[in-house]
Design a protein. Sequence first.
Length: 313
Amino acid sequence: EDVDIPSRRVLITGATGLLGRAVFKEFNENNWNAVGCGYRRAQPRFEQINLLDSIAVHDIIHDFQPHVIVHCAAERRPDIVESQPDAASQLNVAASANLAKEAAGVGAFLIYISTDYVFDGTSPPYKETDAPNPLNLYGKTKLEGEKAVLENNEETAVLRIPVLYGEVERLEESAVTVMFDKVQFSNKSANMDHWQQRFPTNVKDVAAVCRQLAEKRILDPSIKGTFHWSGNEQMTKYEMACAIADAFNLPSSHLRPITDSPVVGALRPKNAQLDCSKLEMLGIGQRTPFRAGIRESLWPFLVDKRWRQTVFH
């Protein structure tokens, strides 16, 4: 029998990463022909493409002829960007500019994933039209990437999002889930940042926004430019850790709130809350409550499964 392949085609970069996996799944399960590409972890599920190899990028885009490209691949760890600035700039800026050019060549709608770290966090909430002022090199490279894609392809959407969590393969994949071990091992006290205000956002929700944006765009070519999406629960890392403890019925008295601004690592904005009303006005969006989302994400990593009965029944 002929297999019915959906006619709408989407290419996802960084499809092996936390966000990329969710984006791939969202399009794949909603009647899109989705192709994901990755680099180190690509095979066998995804195409292996080095985004710095412009010929390989040209070839896959011309062979597949996507209608939409969701560009999730990035160096997104601020401290790594500070220590490896050239490599980060190559991926976050140069590769993004090239991808935008290639997308324009086949008439594909590019969604470039950016970050709330383009703002300095002094006067939230931030609208798309507010002036960026990144405090760290990560925010600077992502902002340069935004400019580069829009210069090379004006039919691009820039989607700025905050800290992400979701179904991780390893706890270190997300700055939110990485706290789980400190929460679970309550025999030693753990210092938790209680200064920076964050808006943890489920990758499933961002994936749904990308798909809704793509589908709206097919019907309306004016859909382009810069957009913001974010969860709407404001929490410090300390408050997230307490919410995680609460979600699994674990103690939280060993968690210590630290209210000073951090002195080590890349500078972080105090509160880079994103105003999401532009997407909401378009009828685009989805939000998973943090406790429900974090329980679903972290359940496989729960060390003591005795709580199963109390938590879920």
